[in-house]
Design a protein around this ligand. Structure first.
Ligand code: SF4
Length: 372
């Protein structure tokens, strides 16, 4: 054991996190109280140390990235959530909806660039008929037959089903039949009802979000999970959110990865809020790794936190840096100043410089290439 590791271990065993640390060393599941204690602690390095240990046990030194592209098919959204800078009213000068041929062109370009995932999310657009969503997936499947399609978060799935007057399970089945491979984790925000009401009053509640994911898992469609943090939530709200995900994962095992999303307040109704700090971003990732003991993959979404902090996060429980992306509107509309594309070479450099092994994966975490 290196001197620094020994020092952190000794300090942890003497400090406020001693009991939590003992449980992590013993491989025991952490409680709600443990989670709150971790969020209230200022011992960032101690928390990172524990998360790094948990990461090492869960998945070793492999760090994943994916060659992917995003398509945001429409920004017209009837919800107009206060937290959102992306959704626009129909008829607004900034509103857009991609036609199927525009989607085809984007998917074709992505396939030509060799992407293995096409990630599709958009607003709740009342003008779009049910067939649009099926045709969208069919089109992408046709022109990018080898790419996994990860499309429509739980809020969109619920909306598509409600508009069509169909059960969520039927809609998921039909989308899967035409080529859907998995659901992204968006729309979870924070499950606590009072906070959710203030952030996004018209959005489906946390229980419904969980129900859509549970339905997908039961049909054999894997999904991701997220949590939006850095707005009005408390430490207890964060912990309760993570534990709700842990509980569903215990029952279904259908979540692939957890992705904490830092709130970007610019151009939203909360533009007075300061946004998250680097310390907060690292703490949330590390504590997620510690509480979500049944999630194999914890992802730092570099597009939100910047590639440099995402690299540091590899020492705070993270084992996935997401993807090349190629064009992203949702976080950039909310003021993200990161680039919209990162080439694979930059992932290799960043992961290797952190002392880890870069592994290119597909959506389902199947290994495409290991850069040992
Ligand atoms: S967060 Fe989603 S549902 Fe809410 S306004 Fe934005 S796009 Fe629409």
């Amino acid at each position: 054991m290196s001197a620094i590791v020994e020092h952190i271990r000794t300090e942890l065993s003497r400090g406020e996190l001693a009991a939590v640390a003992a449980r992590v060393y013993a491989g025991q599941r952490l409680s709600r109280e443990d989670g709150i204690r971790l969020f209230e602690s200022q011992d960032l390095l101690g928390i990172g140390f524990l998360a790094d240990l948990a990461r090492q046990r869960a998945c070793g030194d492999d760090v994943y990235f994916i060659n992917n592209a995003h398509i945001n098919h429409t920004n017209v959204c009837q919800n107009l959530c206060d937290l959102c800078a992306f959704g626009k009213q129909a008829g607004s000068p900034e509103a857009y909806t991609l036609t199927l041929s525009e989607i085809e062109a984007k998917a074709r370009a992505a396939a030509a660039a060799g992407v293995t995932e096409i990630h599709i999310v958009g607003g709740l657009n009342p003008e779009l008929p049910y067939e649009y969503y099926l045709d969208l997936i069919r089109t992408v499947r046709r022109v990018a037959p080898r790419a996994c399609i990860q499309a429509f978060d739980a809020v969109e799935i619920d909306y598509i089903a409600t508009q069509a007057g169909r059960p969520v399970a039927d809609v998921l089945q039909e989308l899967r039949q035409v080529g859907l491979d998995s659901l992204p984790g968006g729309g979870a925000e924070i499950f606590t009802p009072e906070v959710r009401r203030r952030l996004c009053a018209r959005k489906i509640d946390g229980q419904r979000w969980l129900m859509v994911h549970e339905t997908a898992h039961r049909l054999g469609i894997p999904t991701n999970a997220t949590m939006l943090y850095g707005h009005l939530e408390t430490a207890a709200d964060r912990v309760d959110h993570l534990l709700a995900l842990r509980e569903l994962q215990d029952r279904t095992g259908g979540f692939l990865a957890f992705i904490p999303l830092a709130f970007h307040p610019a151009n939203t109704a909360f533009s007075n809020l300061p946004g998250t700090t680097g310390v907060d971003d690292l703490k949330v990732l590390a504590i997620s790794r510690l509480l979500l003991d049944n999630f194999r993959h914890i992802k730092a979404f570099w597009i939100m936190m910047g590639p440099k902090l995402a690299q540091v996060a590899l020492h705070f429980g993270v084992n996935d840096l997401d993807g090349t992306v190629r064009e992203e509107r949702i976080f950039h509309d909310a003021g993200a100043a990161t680039p919209q594309y990162q080439p694979a070479a930059s992932f290799l450099r960043s992961i290797r410089a952190a002392g880890r092994i870069p592994v290119e994966r597909d959506t389902l975490y199947r290994e495409i290439r290991r850069y040992a």
